[in-house]
Design a protein around this ligand. Structure first.
Ligand code: PLP
Length: 458
């Protein structure tokens, strides 16, 4: 196994030691940092790059956990936040309000799929999921359907780490340990096109999987509040992708069986899949649209749940009716975060972001294409600016590498040593770069990813 990529400069080593003495990092076996996996203190960021204390540069091919859209330290968003800092840093959002929160809600409703009428803020993706689950359940209770207490989720889905969000997640790595504490969703087979038979198109495969959803709703609709999905790409579950036709069919099924549709666009929203929201490609409006990650351009934690007038109206009554949604987070609607989000949306208005993303996506596809023939690559797949390469020990029949071999980690270490931050999901190597990545940077990202794959499978 690789040692650290280079002898660290004194600053880096000092920060690393101080960090490891006091911190506990997310989604990390801290023991890995003892010798195998370097912890990288970052001094500053610039465009698609992260720069450490020794001046070493890392191309952020994963947009810092899918949050960053327009580059690190983006001057436009930074200026907006600085301006807001001198006006109002925060105010309680119950009984009080503020311009950035109001304007952001107006703007989100303007750009979101038609039919959404209300915005409820929270401060991270998982909390947005909690809000949507509670609101859906509470809606049915308010309209006299208290027997609806369950949720339908897809196999391979990921909706966050808090107990409610983890409860509708189906990634064993995150879920299994906590299973005794969690909701028991009705799991329906995902339309995931990695599972399609040879010769079957994405569309055919995805549409066929609607039969599973229909069967589940026929049996369970009376006890189901909502179906929750990640539109088009199941990201944390391994960047598994499916056709938009599934979402169109799912919307119709939810209407037919009288259950809500929750679209978790926390990862895929804001232009990632080629349209501003993934739901647009299916021409549908969900009952709840959950947004976070790219919402603030990657600057500050914020999330929003958009819902319909019909849902809002079911809570609107005399206080004594007990129908109010009494859910809150201290930092609900933080003005600094709202300003960052407003500026992010302004960039979408002022610049041809989606058109440029489509060009970058085409270049990425062309550059990745040769990897499809690699003896240890089962599939190269892409939706917009998300591209994934699935590594296997054998292509036919598809046989994964034993998980204990941690091939993805080898790729991670190799790429890091060559100045690219890739963070594979198991043996799925993926690229999800900031939208400001340049064409030559895409070339570099792909060259390093390809070399990292050769290194990882050797
Ligand atoms: C990241 C993510 C979440 C959770 O968001 P956090 O801000 O990390 O809590 C939920 N759903 C999806 C699809 C995500 O990718």
């Amino acid at each position: 196994m690789n040692a650290l990529p280079q002898t660290p400069a004194p600053d880096t080593a000092a920060w690393r030691a101080r960090d490891l003495a006091v911190l506990w990092h997310p989604c990390t076996q801290m023991h890995d940092h003892a010798e195998r996996v370097p912890l990288i203190p970052i001094a500053r960021g610039e465009g698609a790059w992260l720069i450490d204390h020794a001046g070493r540069r890392y191309l952020d091919a994963i947009s810092s956990w899918w949050t960053n859209l327009f580059g690190h330290a983006n001057p436009r968003i930074a200026a907006a936040v600085k301006d807001q800092l001198d006006r109002l840093e925060h105010v309680i959002f119950a009984g009080f309000s503020h311009e950035p929160g109001i304007r952001l809600a107006e703007e989100l409703l303007r750009v979101a799929p038609p039919g959404l009428a209300r915005v409820f803020y929270a401060d991270n993706g998982s909390s947005a999921i909690e809000v949507a689950l509670k609101m859906s359940f509470h809606y049915w209770r308010n309209v006299g359907r208290a027997g609806k207490t369950r949720f339908v989720a897809l196999t391979g889905s990921y909706h966050g780490e808090t107990l409610g969000a983890l409860g509708v997640t189906d990634v064993p790595l995150y879920r299994a340990t906590y299973a005794p504490l969690l909701l028991s969703p009705i799991l329906v087979r995902s339309p995931d096109c990695y599972e399609r038979a040879p010769g079957v198109s994405w569309r055919e495969h995805s549409l066929a999987r609607l039969a599973d959803m229909r069967a589940a709703l026929e049996r369970h609709a009376h006890e189901v509040c909502a179906v929750i999905v990640e539109p088009l790409v199941q990201c944390a579950g391994g960047m598994r992708m499916y056709d938009a036709a599934y979402l169109t069919g799912l919307r119709a099924l939810c209407d037919e069986f009288g259950v809500h549709l929750i679209a978790d666009e926390i990862a895929v929203g804001f232009g990632r899949t080629g349209t501003l929201f993934a739901c647009e490609q299916a021409a549908i409006t969900p009952d709840f649209l959950c947004l976070s990650k790219g919402l603030t351009g990657g600057f500050l934690p914020l999330s929003a749940v958009l819902t319909t007038a019909a849902v809002y109206d079911a809570f609107y009554a005399e206080y004594a009716s007990g129908k109010a949604f009494l859910h809150s987070h201290s930092y609900t609607g933080n003005p600094l975060a709202c300003r960052a989000a407003l500026e992010t949306l302004a960039i979408f208005r002022d610049e041809p972001v989606l058109a440029r993303n489509r060009e970058l996506a085409a270049q990425l596809a062309a550059r990745l294409a040769p990897l499809a023939a690699h003896p240890h690559v089962a599939e190269v797949r892409q939706t917009g600016l998300i591209a994934a390469i699935e590594l296997v020990r054998e292509r036919t029949p598809r046989t994964p590498f034993p998980a204990a071999e941690r091939r993805g980690l080898r790729a991670y270490l190799y790429a890091l040593a060559h100045g690219v931050l890739l963070r594979p999901l198991g043996d799925v190597i993926y690229c999800m770069p900031p939208y400001v990545i340049r064409r030559d940077e895409i070339d570099r990202m792909v060259d390093v990813a390809a070399a990292a794959i050769d290194h990882a499978v050797a």
